[in-house]
Design a binder for this molecule. Sequence first.
Ligand code: ZN
Length: 343
Amino acid sequence: MNHSTPAREATLRDTTITPTVDFDREGTQYGFLKLPYSSDQSAWGCIMIPVTVLKNGDGPTALLTGGNHGDEYEGITALLKLTQTLKAEDIQGRVIIVPAMNYPAVCSGTRTSPIDKGNMNRAFPGDPQGSITERIADYFQRYLIPQCDYALDIHSGGKTLDFIPFSAAHRLPDKKQEALCIEGARCFGTPATMIMFELDADSLYDTAVESQGKVFVTTELRGGGTTTPDSMRLADTGVSNFLKFAGILPGKPVLPDAPVMQLDMPDASCYVISTHKGILELTRNLGDTVIKGDLIARIHPLERTGTEPAEYHAQRSGILAARRYPALADMGDTLAVIADLIP
Ligand SMILES: [Zn+2]
């Protein structure tokens, strides 16, 4: 696991990131996490990651992040909007908002950083002397996560995936913490909640936050590298719902009228992984109920005409919760995710 140990902490140098805000100061502050980066464009330059801190008296701290992946826009947009509207006097406690966690990736509209190809959500616990992405991860790991009680990290599918919108938590060894995370996901207010199974959990931001004992909620709110009015409504409501759940904003979360669909990804067989290269044709829609054995996708080979497509059949029954977004598919791509519907 990636959990920090006292031995590891002792060998780590201080971060090279300097915040221009004081996290302990009362009131509303707009500033930057300033990360020195010497480049061809700027010999003595810095990467300036925007951060907002709001503090009003005693109370819990929520850490809100978007742009962990640079092409997932609901979180980036909702958190930029929140920094315009939320003021310290509205809250009790503290809110730290970083709308563009992997700022270089967000600026280039790509999942990973153009500087080091770093995938923020595979970079934890990070390294203060590592690549730019690892340095940002380390700053969250050792400086920001420890300051929070609640963390919300808003993801979507990005350019290559599309999801039915859901908020999510993970199975955790501490069942009390797990129950709080699941309750936080429910309070976010999406039409579905998911217990997520991760293919490579160890280097995730999620795991870094959870292993520090915090209440953590993540999301997948559509995808395709853009937003829709519906997905933005969910993100905007979800952010304010999360702060209500944390007791930082007054009032109760605004929840959907219809019953919430509870989904579960119990193991890796939920993932339909491509073993062909070609043009993807999904035969079922996102949100459809599929039965084990149903045809869910074809991949048509591009190399020649008159050739049968490869067929993909559901290995389990459930709800089609995610799909590959671009039609062009390669071996190893996740074509679909089938999640269990918990009655
Ligand atoms: Zn993501």
